[in-house]
Design a protein around this ligand. Structure first.
Ligand code: CUO
Length: 649
């Protein structure tokens, strides 16, 4: 660890790199080298940079500095992979910093941020280093483009202490004339998009093999995206929309249009929209897929990562689909438009077609899952363990009622505004939120010894689009994971109570981590939290779907599974504080902590004779009827909840 901090907190003092010689400067800055020295003078924090042999950037320099970077395009990802290698090579932290400084002004900035983030996440010497949240580094990928004009105006005209947040209305991408817009609050949620970007940083599909090859990565690709699809379907049902239709026919027009209204700062253009009825254009090649070898093999093959068993043969369906779907507004580039939001994991989840595409991907995985043996009651049950009651309690609500509402939060845009006067400029966003709640589970253990088990909690809509009770065959695809944790039940326990807070969920990270900020850490604190890996995780505020004003009826499912089938040996999470979102993100440097198939017990068809959830359950499971009540009011920003508000304004 270097003696000086090299990520300097924002605020009134700018961090400036003290480069060893002018070779570090790109050609365009050399004539003004002296001027640069004086421009960032006394009031800046100097960060020493050691002298190194400059790396060979031939490969990554093939992408122009002002082009947009598309992770899903093989040509781009090969360049990015080389850049990751370059950033992984330096033997010590000082050389790493020097390499990064040297590379920064030469390389395409999007590729740089991506490769640097992957390197920081995976190098041993930077594993505990904080990186600023992406929403602050590249706010243009998360926030309405028109707000930047207002932010610049604010930064130039209004002094630091007197700035007011720029309100971003909830309905800035479309009106309710577009039915798909009813679920825009989910697709455009900043926390969800940050999670998705973070997930793809931790699980890159191309990079040096040691980085890509993580325990069950193909399966977690399947599961995390399957859960996104289920959650989106859940939200759709809450909003009187049908479930997403798989996008399988690439030759018919795509009904769902999307106009992102995001700026692409590099290309000085906006992200192009896709009008409804757009047609894909391609060369008509077939992509063959087989089911051989299990969900993990299939996940890597379909995505496709470099772990694909044979990428030349099986192709690159998911990634190239993303790219193809990012192009139909200007398929042969005659209008010189860049690619749309689907071309980038940072922005892809905003577009309705993301969910249609992933519904198709998921269907491939489900086709494989249908070929697997069904779980028997022995495999599902837990001898002597019986759940006798389950309920949820939210403050101020009746038993088994959950409550959602809107809430405003402030995000600092100033890091994303280059060459601007100092100090924060906040955007005020509106997001879904819910009242925190707790689960209360009563269990009997008729064994003469204590038992350890894993509590698995899922939620699903009770009725389908037509208001009829769902068959198990349909419902199992809509169960969203809410929590998973270990429990110990004493011998001969009667009505033993297990209590658990919603904020402890195994898929979420707390608000302050989604929008984590350097200043959130008290200055002078010696040890840095492992913030980076920890940025992966579903945002806590989106744990519960929106529900409906009448109260959206749901099934809450709770199971206690036998630890013998769950336990993974050798899990060490001593050093990792960030194990919260382990269901979606795994645990750093460890095997995936649950031996069961991801999504268990709903990942497979039910045993014969089971048509409903009630028929599916064994004594160690229980179902409660729960409602989600949506209250259409907006909670204003609370100063202690806006991560950097108090500290910067
Ligand atoms: Cu996360 Cu299609 O994989 O976006």
């Amino acid at each position: 660890r270097p003696s000086e901090p090299f990520f300097v907190p924002k605020g009134e003092r700018k961090g400036v790199f003290d480069i060893p010689n002018n070779d570090f400067l790109v050609d365009r800055f050399r004539p003004i080298a002296d001027d640069l020295q004086s421009r960032f003078g006394e009031d800046s924090v100097r960060v020493p940079v050691s002298d190194i042999t400059p790396p060979d950037l031939t490969v990554p320099l093939q992408l122009g500095r002002h082009d947009n970077f598309c992770l899903f395009l093989p040509y781009h990802r090969e360049m990015a992979s080389r850049l990751i290698e370059i950033l992984m090579e330096p033997q010590n932290i000082n050389d790493f910093v020097s390499t990064a400084v040297y590379v920064r002004d030469r390389i395409n900035p999007y590729m740089f941020v991506y490769a640097l983030s992957v390197a920081v996440l995976h190098r041993q010497d930077t594993r505990n280093l904080e990186i600023p949240p992406l929403v602050e580094m590249l706010p243009n990928k998360f926030v309405d483009g028109s707000s930047f004009f207002r932010a610049r105006e604010m930064a130039n005209v209004v002094p630091g202490g007197s700035r007011t947040p720029i309100e971003i209305p909830r309905d800035y991408t479309a009106s309710d004339l577009d039915p798909e817009h009813r679920v825009a609050y989910f697709r455009e949620d900043v926390g969800i998009n940050l999670h998705h970007w973070h997930w793809h940083l931790i699980f890159p599909f191309q990079a040096p093999r040691a980085i890509v090859d993580k325990d069950r990565r193909g399966e977690i690709f399947y599961y995390m995206h399957q859960q996104i699809t289920s959650r989106y379907n859940f939200e759709r049902l809450c909003n009187n929309l049908g479930r997403v239709k798989r996008l399988t026919d690439l030759r018919t027009p795509i009904a769902e249009g999307y106009f992102p209204k995001l700026d692409s700062l590099v290309a000085s253009r906006t992200y192009p929209p896709r009008p409804s009825g757009a047609l894909l254009q391609e060369r008509g090649e077939n992509v063959d897929l087989t089911e051989e070898g299990g969900i993990d093999v299939l996940g890597n093959m379909v995505e496709a990562s470099i772990l694909s068993v044979n990428q030349n043969f099986y192709g690159n369906l998911h990634n190239l689909g993303h790219f193809l779907l990012a192009l139909p507004h200007d398929p042969d580039n005659r209008h010189l438009e860049s690619f749309g939001v689907m071309g980038d994991p940072t922005t892809a989840m905003r577009d309705p077609v993301f969910y249609r595409w992933h519904a198709y991907m998921d269907d491939i995985f489900q086709t494989h899952k249908r070929t697997l043996p069904r779980y028997t009651t022995d495999q599902l049950g837990y001898s002597g363990i019986r759940i006798t009651n389950v309920e949820v309690n939210a403050e101020g609500c009746a038993k088994n009622d959950l409550r959602t509402f809107w809430q405003q939060v402030d995000v600092d845009l100033s890091r994303g505004l280059d060459f601007m006067p100092r100090g924060s400029v906040f955007a005020r966003l509106t997001q879904l939120q819910h009242t925190p709640f707790s689960y209360r589970i009563e269990v009997n253990n008729s064994n003469n010894a204590e038992r350890v088990g894993t509590v698995r909690i899922f939620l699903s809509p009770k009725f389908d689009e037509r208001g009829t009770p769902m068959s198990f065959r349909d419902q199992r695809h809509l169960f969203i994971e809410l929590d998973k944790f270990r429990t110990t039940i004493p011998a001969n326990a009667r009505a033993q109570v297990i209590e658990r807070q919603s904020t402890s969920s195994s898929i979420t990270i707390p608000f302050t981590r989604t929008f984590r900020d350097l200043e959130a850490r008290p200055t002078g604190q010696g040890s840095l939290d492992a913030f980076n890996y920890c940025g992966c995780g579903w945002p806590q505020h989106m744990l519960i779907p929106k529900g409906s004003p009448e109260g959206f009826p749901c099934h809450l499912f709770v199971m206690i599974s036998n630890i013998d089938g769950d336990r993974v040996e050798g899990i060490n999470n001593e050093d990792g504080a960030c194990t919260e979102a382990q269901s979606f993100c795994g645990i750093r440097d460890n095997r995936y902590p649950d031996r069961r198939a991801m999504g268990y017990p709903f990942d497979r068809e039910a045993r014969t004779g089971v048509d409903t959830l009630q028929q599916f359950i064994t004594p160690n499971m229980a179902v409660a009827d729960v409602r989600i009540l949506f209250c259409d009011f907006t909670e204003p920003v609370q100063s202690n909840q806006s991560t950097s508000n108090e500290l910067n304004m």
